[in-house]
Design a protein around this ligand. Sequence first.
Ligand code: GSH
Length: 267
Amino acid sequence: MANTGSRPEASGDRTVEIFHIEGRRSFRIVWLCEELSIPYVLRFKQGDLYASLHGIREAYPLMPVAPVVRYRDRFIVESGAIVEILLEHEGGGRLRPPPDSPDYFAHTQWMHFAEGAQLARMLSERMAAVAIGVNPDAMPLGYRGSQAPSAHKTETATVANLQSFAFTVGPQGIFDFQEDHLRRFRYFGGCEFSAADIMMHWGIRVSRLMSWIDTDTYPEISRWRKLVEERPAFVRADRAATPGGADEFGQPLGIPYPFAAGPSSRP
Ligand SMILES: N[C@@H](CCC(=O)N[C@@H](CS)C(=O)NCC(=O)O)C(=O)O
């Protein structure tokens, strides 16, 4: 696969080889490497999501997802695990508050929340909607949502299926929870920016595409997003990870989305 990363190929044990797809979770690792000045090389085919995925399949056929990294001669998957390993080996105490810090609980919670609840629930709602053949916008907002199940747009046959989602935490509940935290803290990491902010960012950036949640309606999430996207390391990572430019969702410019994109917000 072509190496189209913006950095020259580095050498030595510390280099992280990142198997990447533009607009995908592998961005988190690029951003972390930029924050911590960890040498990295990017493996992907610019402008071709499927060729990039194919390259990952060739490199690591057992679990061909983005990100896969090769670090210290080992392949690693799971962005949260990769972040933890790099913090431990390369962080020197940065971007992770120590256990006795007041920020430790928040940092640890959001490090896990990003994949454990945020994206799992965003994705499951989207996939359920696709599976039962309804517009994702017609899915109930979930237990924490402020509205009753919105069955009005669905056919009778699917309404019963939809009701069960009304008693689970849906994407709106996820975003309400995030907003509540950011009302009290500057960052997901607490008072200071941490790796938890890197983990949480991707799901928020794609929220309108994936779950049709418009974060413009969440003032604190919008405030936080602007703050972290102004970081020089974020800007460098964005340039390296999407060399042809990215839209507001971090998706590479000029490439059609491989899935149906939603409207700007729920009704
Ligand atoms: N929990 C994993 C998720 C990895 C993942 O599913 N990545 C997506 C791209 S964002 C992917 O490779 N999808 C292709 C597939 O699922 O086959 C992580 O955080 O690394």
